[in-house]
Design a protein around this ligand. Structure first.
Ligand code: PBG
Length: 330
């Protein structure tokens, strides 16, 4: 017998599996996941993306099949991104307003086949501009805020009319959430939600995404005049508060894992639904670690996604959504 013993043994509740399950403070389910998907032209086309191993662009017919699969796994929502052919990109991003662009066709096809899955569409002009910026630029290359917002309003209406359930502005222009909300109301889309990429940072983690949507080679300069400086936390709270005041239903923090402090700060300050985007570079880092034999994919994916829940997220956009949903369903 030991004379002195710990007054409290925190290992006691960890001693058996049933007890660990009983005491778990957070839980991850497939309903927490939003699956970002890249669509491209053609039929029966699957184009693997070299910098995002395991992720492909799909033609709409294959995207529909994957949407059914995601729905069967309990994933509630998809986020669609287009790989716009070079000849349909222009300085004024006119293709963003085309009711038959890839995103609108994909949205209609998926909603037709799987009406019960939510469709989130990204609002920003970068998949449509010849220069890869999220808005229209002046002669000095500066993205013009108010002219861009006008186009984003048109893009949002175009997506809502095609059946999008959540409009997600990722452009970081000032005033766009309010302008989009007002236009949606006027156009009778009262139940179309806005999930604002409220705190979106100018990040080095977006590289593989730019390959996936075909803008890496086109982008001149960087996005630091509109996306946030990674050093700023208070500014994220101001961005969130503005977007909420303008009518956002939920807000997003992006990237994900390196910015969990921002997720927690936003959740504590506003008590609103907060989402995070585990972006392409984060996915690529996990896959690179797995390929190097340095990590167990299944364990790392589930631990990482659970961390988002613990930080206060209502859900996570992740390229690992299908993999994670399969693990969680097993
Ligand atoms: C476009 C947009 C980007 C991402 C989502 N929407 C790229 C960017 O801002 O350059 C990145 C997503 C990812 O890296 O997975 N505005």
């Amino acid at each position: 017998m030991h004379a002195a013993y710990p007054a409290l043994r925190l290992r006691r509740t960890r001693a058996a599996g049933w007890s660990r399950r009983l005491h778990a403070e957070h839980i991850l389910t497939p309903a927490d996941l939003i699956w970002p998907m890249f669509v491209t032209d053609g039929e029966q086309v699957e184009e693997p993306i070299a910098t995002l191993p395991g992720v492909s662009r799909w033609s709409i017919d294959l995207a529909v099949a994957r949407a059914k699969e995601a729905h069967d796994l309990g994933i509630p929502c998809l986020a669609l991104f287009p790989n716009t052919p070079r000849e349909r990109r222009s300085d004024d991003a006119a293709e963003a307003l085309n009711p038959d662009n890839l995103i609108c066709r994909a949205t209609r096809a998926i909603k037709d086949a799987v009406p019960d899955i939510g469709i989130l569409t990204d609002v920003a002009l970068d998949p449509y501009t010849a220069h890869g910026h999220d808005g229209v630029i002046d002669t000095a290359g500066y993205v013009r805020n108010d002219d861009t917002v006008e186009l984003l309003v048109g893009q949002s209406l175009n997506q809502a009319r095609a059946g999008a359930d959540i409009i997600a502005p990722s452009d970081m222009m000032d005033g766009r959430v309010g302008a989009i909300r007002a236009a949606l109301e006027r156009d009778s889309h009262v139940n179309v939600q806005i999930m604002a990429y409220a705190a979106k940072y100018a990040s080095a983690y977006y590289g593989p995404f730019r390959d996936a949507v075909g803008t890496r080679g086109l982008l001149k300069g960087d996005k630091t005049t509109y996306q946030m400086d990674p050093s700023n936390r208070e500014e994220a709270l101001r961005e969130v508060s503005l977007d909420l005041a303008e009518g956002a239903d939920s807000v997003m923090v992006k990237p994900g894992l390196p910015y969990l402090d921002i997720v927690r700060a936003v959740k504590d300050a506003f008590a609103v639904p907060v989402f995070a985007y585990q972006v392409s570079g984060e996915y690529a880092m996990i896959e690179a670690a797995v390929a190097a034999g340095a990590a167990d994919r299944d364990a790392m994916v589930l631990e990482t996604l659970l961390a988002f829940k613990r930080a206060g997220c209502a859900g996570v956009l992740t390229y690992h959504a299908v993999h994670a949903a399969r693990l969680l369903g097993a």
